[in-house]
Design a protein around this ligand. Structure first.
Ligand code: ATP
Ligand code: MG
Ligand code: MG
Ligand code: MG
Length: 438
C-alpha cells in the first residue's frame, strides 16, 4: 500500500478526551473514529489489526474443534422471555420494536439464540459433542463506556457455545476452550492469566476470566507470580485427547479476580515474595453453566438409554475489539505503538527519504515490488514530506520493521533496517534487504 493513496488520518495533537495511552494512540494513529458515545468506526489501519486478531482466534477455535457460523445482531425478545433473561438483563440491553411492534433487542450475547438453533436441529446424543461459535458485534448499553474500544457499547465478540450429554463431557469441552484461549492470547503477544471468576448474569458454577495485567485495567486481581511464566501448550496439542492435566496445572496456583478473592487463602497459599495484587484487563471469559438455558428452552437430546435429557452447556467469550487496546497497553513507548509481528497491520514500513528524486523513487518502487513478491504486506511512505515526519509516522503506527532508503545509502548500494521494538538499526546491502525481512 502506498501511503499517498491510503487513508491514514494520523493526528499531531494528543486528543484530550482520551484518558489511557491505548485510546490516545489508537486515535493518533488513525485506527478508530468515535461516532457516538461508546461507538467507533474502525478506520483502515485499525481494521487490519482487528482482522488479524480475528484470524488468530478463528484458527485456534477451529483447532480446538469449534465450528464457525454467524448469527444476526438483532434478536427477538421472545427467545429471551423463554430463558427468563428479558426482564433480568436490565438497562445494559438495548431494546427496540420493529414496524409490527414486535419486541426486539440488539444482542448483548447469544446463549438463547444458539440454544434455539441447537433445539431446532439436534436430537441425539450421537451428534454431541458440539461447539458452535461466531464473531459478531454485540451491544451493551454500558453505564460508563470509556477508554475507547476497551469498554465500548458496540463491540466485537467471539462467542462459542458447547453442548454435551452430561457434566463430565461438558467439562472436557470447557478444557478444550481453556487451552485454546491460552494459545490464542499467546499468539497475539499477550500474557493472559486464567483466574477464578464469578459467573454473573450468564449463570453457572465454573468460570475463569483471562486477565492481562495492566495498570489501567478495570478489575482488581490477585495471583501467584509464577502464573506469568507458565509454558503455553504448543500447536501440536491433541484436542481430542485428555487436556485435564494441562488445565489442572494452570489452575493449581492461586489466581482470582476480586469477586472471588479470599485474602486468607491467598496468604496461606502464596509466599509473600510471589504475591501479585494488581489491576487487570478482562480479555475473555469461559463458563460452564449446565442446563441453565437448555432446561427452560427445551434443548434436549435422546441419550443412549432412549431417555431425553437437557444438554449441558458452556459459553466462551473473547473481545477482539478490547484486545486491540490491551495489546497497545502492553506494547508502546513514548513514540507510539510497537506491534507484535503476529498482529501488526503491515509487516514493513518502506520509507523513501527523498520522494520526488527519480533515482530514489525507482529504487524504492523496486524494493516495494520485491517485498510484495516475497509475500510481505508493506506500507510504502511515498509522500513528498520530510524524513522527520515519515519517521514519526512509522514509529507512531508501530510497524515492526522500517526499511529506510535514501540517496546517500543508495550511492553506496546500501539501505537501513530499523527494528521498531529495540530501536536497533542495521545497514545492509540493498540486494540483501528483502531476504533479511522475509
Ligand atoms: P466486563 O467485566 O469488562 O464488563 P463482561 O464480563 O461483562 O466484561 P463477558 O460477558 O464475559 O464480558 O463477555 C466476553 C468478553 O467480551 C469479555 O471478556 C471482554 O473481552 C469482551 N467485552 C465485554 N464487554 C465489553 C465492552 N463493553 N467493550 C469491549 N469488549 C467487551
Ligand atoms: Mg460487562
Ligand atoms: Mg467481567
Ligand atoms: Mg466476563
Amino acid at each position: 500500500m502506498r501511503l499517498s493513496k491510503y487513508f491514514l488520518p494520523v493526528l499531531k495533537e494528543t486528543p484530550k478526551e482520551a484518558e489511557v495511552i491505548s485510546h490516545r494512540l489508537m486515535l493518533r494513529a488513525g485506527m478508530i473514529s468515535q461516532q457516538a458515545a461508546g461507538m467507533y468506526a474502525w478506520l483502515p489501519l485499525g481494521y487490519k489489526v482487528l482482522r488479524k486478531i480475528q484470524t488468530i482466534i478463528e484458527q485456534e477455535q477451529n483447532r480446538a474443534g469449534a465450528i464457525q457460523l454467524l448469527m444476526p445482531t438483532l434478536q427477538s425478545a421472545d427467545l429471551w422471555r423463554e430463558s427468563g433473561r428479558y426482564e433480568d438483563y436490565g438497562k445494559e440491553m438495548l431494546r427496540m420494536q420493529d414496524r409490527h411492534e414486535r419486541d426486539m433487542l440488539y444482542g448483548p450475547t447469544n446463549e438463547e439464540m444458539i440454544t434455539h438453533i441447537f433445539r431446532t436441529y439436534v436430537r441425539s446424543y450421537k451428534d454431541l459433542p458440539l461447539n458452535l461459535y461466531h464473531i459478531q458485534w454485540k451491544f451493551r448499553d454500558e453505564i460508563r463506556p470509556r477508554f475507547g474500544t476497551m469498554r465500548s457499547r458496540e463491540f466485537l465478540m467471539k462467542d462459542a457455545y458447547s453442548f454435551d450429554i452430561d457434566k463430565d463431557a461438558a467439562v472436557k469441552a470447557y478444557q478444550r476452550m481453556f487451552v485454546a484461549y491460552l494459545r490464542t492470547y499467546h499468539r497475539m503477544g499477550l500474557t493472559a492469566i486464567p483466574m477464578r471468576a464469578e459467573t454473573g448474569p450468564i449463570g453457572g458454577d465454573l468460570s475463569h476470566e483471562f486477565i492481562v495485567l495492566a495498570e489501567t485495567g478495570e478489575s482488581g486481581v490477585f495471583c501467584h507470580a509464577d502464573m506469568l511464566d507458565k509454558p503455553i501448550p504448543g500447536p501440536d496439542t491433541d484436542f481430542d485427547g485428555d487436556l485435564s492435566g494441562i488445565v489442572a496445572d494452570w489452575t493449581s496456583l492461586y489466581a482470582a479476580t476480586e469477586d472471588m478473592h479470599d485474602d486468607a487463602e491467598f496468604g496461606a497459599k502464596v509466599p509473600e515474595n510471589k504475591r501479585i495484587a494488581a489491576r487487570g484487563i478482562e480479555v475473555g471469559q469461559v463458563f460452564y453453566f449446565g442446563t441453565k438455558y437448555s432446561e427452560p428452552m427445551g434443548a434436549t437430546v435422546t441419550g443412549p438409554d432412549g431417555k431425553d435429557v437437557a444438554v449441558h452447556m458452556g459459553s466462551y467469550g473473547i473481545g477482539p475489539s478490547r484486545i486491540v487496546p490491551a495489546i497497545i497497553e502492553a506494547y508502546h513507548d513514548e513514540n507510539g505503538i510497537i506491534w507484535p509481528v503476529s498482529v501488526a497491520p503491515f509487516e514493513v514500513s518502506l520509507i523513501n527519504l527523498k520522494s520526488g528524486d527519480a533515482a530514489c523513487d525507482a529504487a524504492n518502487v523496486k524494493l516495494y515490488d520485491q517485498l510484495h513478491a516475497a509475500g510481505l504486506d508493506v506500507l510504502y511512505d511515498d509522500r513528498e514530506t520530510g524524513a522527520g515526519q515519515k519517521f514519526a509516522t512509522a514509529d507512531l503506527i508501530g510497524i515492526p520493521f522500517q526499511l529506510i532508503v535514501g540517496p546517500r545509502g543508495l550511492a553506496a548500494g546500501e539501505v537501513e533496517i530499523k527494528h521498531r521494538k529495540s530501536g536497533e538499526r542495521e545497514t545492509i546491502g540493498i540486494e540483501d534487504a528483502v531476504s533479511r525481512l522475509k
